[in-house]
Design a protein around this ligand. Structure first.
Ligand SMILES: Nc1ncnc2c1ncn2[C@@H]1O[C@H](COP(=O)(O)OP(=O)(O)O)[C@@H](O)[C@H]1O
Ligand SMILES: CCC(=O)OP(=O)(O)O
Ligand SMILES: [Mg+2]
Length: 411
């Protein structure tokens, strides 16, 4: 693109496109490059299944002709086209789950970066390959636009060895890089920054435990804005019970199971990633909304799944408090953390031992009111909900790096 065309683009109405390619969905948003206000957001669901559809701005879903990433990106581009936004895309930001030890911060995407991301991808099989599909489709569609990779793992680069090492022979760390990385860092980073706006939480001296509870779920201990501990590990499987992932499990149990059932490592990897968690426990669904309904209808297995999910969250929050200098706040975020009144209430009940006292009325408020305190005024620790905004963080990084790249290009 010539410099004058670029100037026109920047002066016109520049927007940032963010893409979060998951294993079965592509989430996207378009943000105003000046204000970072969201202009358009949507999700393509059902990728690699029999029926894929696109929903924009929570409107009516539209069925896609093909169920692959290219089709999803084409449908998203068509939505931008309808709104005359396609030529305004000045930067694209991609969510990449695993950056391994190669990426400690967001980077401009090049062929070499793609190759490096590919190398660490076996460590996040549910996420990274899908993320790379998104990168490749977007590069084809927007060849002249700088593309930036924003890693879930970056925020946890501040972990000390005692938090990131496993109790394995040290040579596995030295020779194979076996260590904990942590994920959902973009969300934990955003939420910890926002927490400073809440009364009672001093932004420069605060110890927070953030519970990101979505389909994937993790807890992070944040001391004075830095991640000091987190529940996910070398892969996004460790820690909490999730939609279809088992979280922490005794390796001895898995070895025993492998011998008893003659299942291979690959078979069991499939079981722990895709057939476990809320789905595996309930035998019903990985979706908490379905399980909550079943809980109220008296479904015993759904109740057991929810109670087990809650037990693990509370226990993990308690453990993470011990990684802080001072324990000031518990913040809920993610689809479940933001919306489920039941889960927040049950978790908070388990945390009474820390002097946490939930205000029922405050907890019952809908998520549309935005960030809010849900603990009572007499609670020893502030409890709050902060809706996450990974898209904004991705857009900010894409803007920052993309602009630098343009300046270098034309210097
Ligand atoms: N109103 C709600 N009440 C309870 N759970 C909800 C509600 N809305 C969304 N959820 C749950 O949030 C989870 C998805 O969270 P989300 O953060 O969107 O996941 P992802 O990891 O795919 O980004 C699902 O289990 C869904 O059931
Ligand atoms: C990679 C961390 C994770 O679990 O992401 P998800 O919540 O989008 O599945
Ligand atoms: Mg998510």
């Amino acid at each position: 693109m010539a410099q004058d065309e670029w100037d026109l683009k920047m002066n016109d109405y520049p927007v940032v496109l963010t893409i979060n390619c998951g294993s079965s969905s592509v989430k996207f948003s378009v943000l105003d490059a000046e204000t970072c206000d969201v202009l358009l957001a949507g999700i393509c669901e059902g990728i690699n299944t029999e029926k894929a559809f696109l929903t924009v701005n929570s409107g009516e879903p539209v069925i896609l002709a093909h169920q692959n990433y290219e089709e999803a990106l084409s449908a998203i581009a068509a939505e931008l086209e309808i709104r005359n936004l396609i030529d305004s895309v000045a930067f694209v930001g991609h969510r990449i789950a695993h950056g391994g030890s190669l990426f400690s911060e967001s980077v401009l995407i090049t062929d070499e970066v793609i190759e490096q991301i590919r190398q660490v991808s076996p460590l996040a099989p549910l996420h990274n390959y899908a993320n790379l599909h998104g990168v490749e489709s977007a590069r084809t569609r927007f060849p002249d636009v700088p593309q930036v990779a924003v890693f879930d793992t970056s925020f946890h680069q501040t972990l000390k060895p005692e938090a990131y090492l496993y109790g394995l022979p040290y040579r596995y760390f030295e020779e194979y890089g076996v260590r904990r990385y942590g994920f959902h860092g973009t969300s934990h980073r955003y939420v910890s920054q926002q927490a400073g706006e809440l009364p009672g939480l001093n932004p420069v001296n605060s110890g927070l435990v953030i519970a990101h509870l979505g389909n994937g779920a993790s807890v992070c201990a944040v001391q004075n804005g830095e991640s000091v501990d987190t529940s996910m590990g070398m892969t996004p499987l460790e820690g909490l019970i999730m939609g279809t992932r088992c979280g922490d499990v005794d390796f001895g149990a898995m070895a025993w199971l492998a011998r008893q059932t003659q299942q291979s490592m690959d078979d069991l990897e499939q079981v722990v990633n895709k057939e476990s968690g809320l789905l595996g426990l309930s035998g019903l669904s990985s979706d908490l909304r379905t399980l909550e309904k079943a809980w109220h209808d008296g479904d015993v297995r759904a109740q057991l799944a929810i109670k087990t999910f809650v037990h693990r969250i509370a226990r993990t929050i308690g453990a993470h408090a011990a990684s802080l200098n001072n324990f000031d706040g518990v913040i809920f975020t993610g689809g479940i953390g933001e919306n489920s009144i039941l889960i927040r209430r049950l978790v908070a009940e388990r945390l009474r031992v820390f002097g946490i006292d939930l205000d029922i009325e405050r907890n019952n408020q809908p998520n549309r009111i935005g960030q809010r305190i849900i603990s009572s005024d007499s609670s020893a620790i502030v409890c709050a909900v902060i809706p996450t905004n990974e898209e904004k963080m991705i857009a900010l990084d894409a803007l920052h790096l993309g602009k630098e790249c343009r300046i270098t290009e034309y210097a």
